[in-house]
Ligand binder design. Structure first.
Ligand code: G6P
Ligand code: ZN
Length: 606
C-alpha cells in the first residue's frame, strides 16, 4: 500500500442522541432505532473516546456479531471508524460472525492475547430482523464485558458527542473471504498510518480452547455410540457453525443431530431464546411437546442467538439452569480435565437457586452470590476466586473465557454423561435410591468399561443429585411488556411491604431487603439489585426488573423452595409447578401482581 492509495479519514459533525445508556449487557434497541443517522457511529465514537488513547493507538480489536439483521453493515462501519481512530488491526470472524464466547476466546488467546478489546454486535436472545432488535457491546482485554465504570463513561460521552471520525468508504473488505487486507490510512492531521483487517475462521480459536478443557476422545466415543442419540438446536443463531464443526466434524455426531444450524438474520422468525417456550423444535424432539416423537434422544441442548446461553434437556426431562450449574460443579473434578485439580470457588447470581451453594459446601469451596449480569463474575475470575458460575437465566460458564458459554455447557454435560457411562465413579446413590423407591431405575451400576458402559440418563443424573444434596424447587415467572409505570409500582409496593409484614399464610419472613453487592475484589457497590423475601424454611421469593429488554418493562418473579434429601423420593421428585404453587401464591399476594399490572398470567414460565 502506497501513500497515494491511502484511505482518507473524514470528520463528521453529529449531536447527542437520547437513550444510549447500555443496559445489563450492552446497548440494545430496535433495528429502526439503530438505523437513525449517526446512531451506531455516536456510540462507537463514544466508546473509543472512553478508552485511553495511548492504548487504543495501534491496538488490535475484534469486531463481529451473531449474524442478526444489520450485523454486516455495522461491522463495516466499525472497521472504518477503528481505522480512523488509530486502531492498528481488526479481526473479524468469517461472515462477520463470532459467538459471544468466541469473541472472548479470541480476545484472550489469539496470538497470545494480542487484542485490546472487541465490539460484539448482538441482542443476544432477542428476536432479530428489520423490525426486531439489534445491539452492541464492548468487551475489554480480559475478554469480558466492559465494567460499569467504562459503560458509564461511554454513556456520558454519548450525551456530549459533537463529532466522530470514519475512514472513507473505499476501506472495504469481503467479510466472507478469510485473509488479511492491508490499508494505508491518512489521518486528519495529514499523518499516515497502517491498518489491517483480518477475516479469521470463526471457530478455530474457540475450538483450540475447548480442546484444552475437555477430553475430546471420550466425547467423540460417546457421540459415536449407536445407542446414544443427541440433538442440538442452534435456533438459527451463531451457534450453528460451531455445532457443525465441533459436534459433527470433530466429535463425529451425525449431521442429523443438528436442528436450525444455519444462521439467519431473523432467526427464521423465531425468538432465539433457549427455554421451554421458545425452543419449540428441541422441546418437541425431546418428547416435552404435545406429540410424542417415534424416537426420543437421550440428550438435547439449545443455545441462544449469540450462543452464550444454553438449555439442557434429557428425554422428556428439563434440567433447570440452577440445577445444571450445581451438577456440573458436583462432577467437574471427575468428568472435566480442565477442573482435575478441583474448583477454586463457584458463583451464582442472586436469583439463581442455592443448589450450587450446597455443592460448594460439600466440597469445602466458597460460593459467591452476585447481582444479575455476567460481568460480576469477571472480577472474581480475574482474581482467581472462582472457576465455575451460572445463572438461572440459562447462563453457565467457567473461567476459560469471561462470558457465559452455551457450547461449553453442552460439552460439560456430555462429559458428565461420558463419565457416568464409564462407571468409574464409586458412588452408591443407586442403592440408596433403591432403598427409598424400589423399582425406580437408576442406571449407574455400569462396570468400569470406558464410555461404552451403560448409559445413565440425564433424568437419573439429576435425581441422583437431588437424592444426595436435596432439591431446590425453582420457577421463574416473567411478565413481559408491562408499562414501565405499573412495573415500578409493583417494586414500590414490595418495598413498602418490607418490614411491615412478617408472615404470609404459613410462610414466616426471616429477612426482607433489596439486594446490594459489594465486590470483594474492587470494593465497588451495586445497589437495588432485586427485592428479596427470605423465609424461615429457606424458601425465597425475589422480584426484579429485567435489564435486557428493548421496550417496556419485564417483571421477573423468582420462587424457590428447598427440600432436604431425607424427605424421600416422593417429595424430592414431585412436580415443581405443583410443589411451588403455595409459594407462588404468596409471591403474587405480596406483589399485588394482578391488581397492579392487570395480568392474570405471566408471559413465560420457566
Ligand atoms: C444477560 C446477561 C446475563 C443476565 C441476563 C439477565 O443475558 O448476560 O448475565 O443474567 O442478561 O437478563 P434480565 O433480562 O433478567 O436483566
Ligand atoms: Zn446471549
Amino acid at each position: 500500500m502506497s501513500k497515494q492509495d491511502a484511505v482518507a479519514v473524514k470528520h463528521v459533525d453529529t449531536k447527542p442522541i437520547d437513550g444510549q445508556k447500555p443496559g445489563t449487557s450492552g446497548l440494545r434497541k430496535k433495528v429502526t432505532v439503530f438505523q437513525q443517522e449517526h446512531y451506531l457511529e455516536n456510540f462507537v465514537q463514544a466508546t473509543f473516546d472512553a478508552l485511553p488513547g495511548e492504548k487504543l493507538s495501534g491496538s488490535t480489536l475484534v469486531v463481529s456479531g451473531d449474524g442478526r439483521y444489520l450485523t454486516k453493515p455495522s461491522v463495516a462501519t466499525i472497521v472504518r471508524m477503528a481505522a480512523a481512530n488509530g486502531v492498528g488491526k481488526v479481526w473479524v470472524g468469517r461472515g462477520g460472525l463470532l459467538s459471544t464466547p468466541a469473541v472472548s476466546a479470541v480476545i484472550r488467546t489469539r496470538s497470545g492475547g494480542e487484542a485490546y478489546g472487541g465490539f460484539i454486535l448482538t441482542a443476544s436472545h432477542n428476536p432479530g430482523g428489520p423490525h426486531e432488535d439489534f445491539g452492541i457491546k464492548y468487551n475489554c482485554d480480559n475478554g469480558g464485558p466492559a465494567p460499569e465504570k467504562l459503560t458509564n463513561a461511554i454513556y456520558q460521552n454519548t450525551t456530549k458527542i459533537k463529532e466522530y471520525w470514519i475512514a472513507d468508504e473505499s476501506l472495504q473488505v469481503d467479510l466472507d473471504k478469510l485473509g488479511r487486507t492491508q490499508f494505508m490510512v491518512q489521518h486528519q492531521d495529514g499523518k499516515f498510518g497502517h491498518f489491517a483487517v483480518e477475516v479469521i475462521d470463526e471457530v478455530e480459536d474457540y475450538l483450540r480452547l475447548l480442546r484444552g478443557i475437555y477430553d475430546f476422545n471420550s466425547l467423540s466415543h460417546l457421540l459415536r455410540r449407536p445407542d446414544f442419540k443427541f440433538t442440538f438446536d442452534a435456533m438459527h443463531g451463531v451457534a450453528g457453525p460451531y455445532a457443525k464443526r465441533i459436534f459433527v466434524k470433530e466429535l463425529g455426531a451425525p449431521e442429523s443431530s443438528l436442528l436450525n444450524c444455519d444462521p439467519k438474520e431473523d432467526f427464521g422468525g423465531g425468538h432465539p431464546d433457549p427455554n421451554l417456550t421458545y425452543a419449540k423444535a428441541l422441546v418437541a424432539a425431546l418428547g416435552l411437546g404435545d406429540k410424542q416423537p417415534a424416537e426420543i434422544p437421550q440428550f438435547g441442548a439449545a443455545c441462544d442467538g449469540d450462543a452464550d446461553r444454553n438449555m439442557i434437556l434429557g428425554s422428556k426431562f428439563f434440567v433447570t439452569p440452577s440445577d445444571s450449574v450445581a451438577i456440573i460443579a458436583a462432577y467437574a473434578k471427575d468428568a472435566i480435565p480442565y477442573f482435575s485439580k478441583g474448583l477454586k470457588g463457584v458463583a451464582r447470581s442472586m436469583p439463581t437457586s442455592a443448589a450450587l451453594d450446597r455443592v460448594a459446601e460439600a466440597k469445602g469451596i466458597k460460593c459467591y452470590e452476585v447481582p444479575t449480569g455476567w460481568k460480576f463474575f469477571g472480577n472474581l475470575m480475574d482474581d482467581n476466586r472462582c472457576s465455575l458460575c451460572g445463572e438461572e437465566s440459562f447462563g453457565t460458564g467457567s473461567d476459560h473465557v469471561r462470558e457465559k458459554d452455551g457450547l461449553w455447557a453442552v460439552l460439560a454435560w456430555l462429559s458428565i454423561l461420558a463419565f457416568k457411562a464409564s462407571g468409574s465413579r464409586k458412588e452408591n446413590l443407586g442403592d440408596k435410591l433403591a432403598k427409598f423407591a424400589p423399582g425406580l431405575h437408576i442406571g449407574d451400576k455400569a462396570k468400569d468399561s470406558g464410555s461404552s458402559g451403560q448409559l445413565v440418563s440425564v433424568e437419573d443424573i439429576v435425581k441422583q443429585h437431588w437424592m444426595h444434596y436435596g432439591r431446590n424447587f425453582y420457577t421463574r415467572y416473567d411478565y413481559e411488556g408491562v408499562e414501565s409505570g405499573k412495573a415500578d409500582k409493583v417494586i414500590k409496593t414490595l418495598l413498602g411491604k418490607q418490614g411491615e409484614i412478617t408472615q404470609v399464610r404459613n410462610f414466616v419472613i426471616d429477612k426482607a431487603d433489596e439486594f446490594m453487592y459489594k465486590d470483594p475484589v474492587d470494593g465497588s457497590v451495586s445497589e437495588h439489585q432485586g427485592v428479596r423475601f427470605l423465609f424461615s424454611d429457606g424458601s425465597r421469593v425475589i422480584f426484579r426488573l429485567s435489564g435486557t429488554g428493548s421496550s417496556g418493562a419485564t417483571i421477573r418473579m423468582y420462587v424457590e423452595q428447598y427440600v432436604a434429601p431425607d424427605a424421600g423420593p416422593e417429595k424430592l421428585f414431585a412436580d415443581a409447578a405443583k410443589a411451588l404453587q403455595p409459594l407462588v401464591n404468596v409471591a403474587l399476594t405480596l406483589s399485588k401482581m394482578k391488581e397492579l399490572t392487570g395480568r392474570n398470567e405471566p408471559t413465560v414460565i420457566t
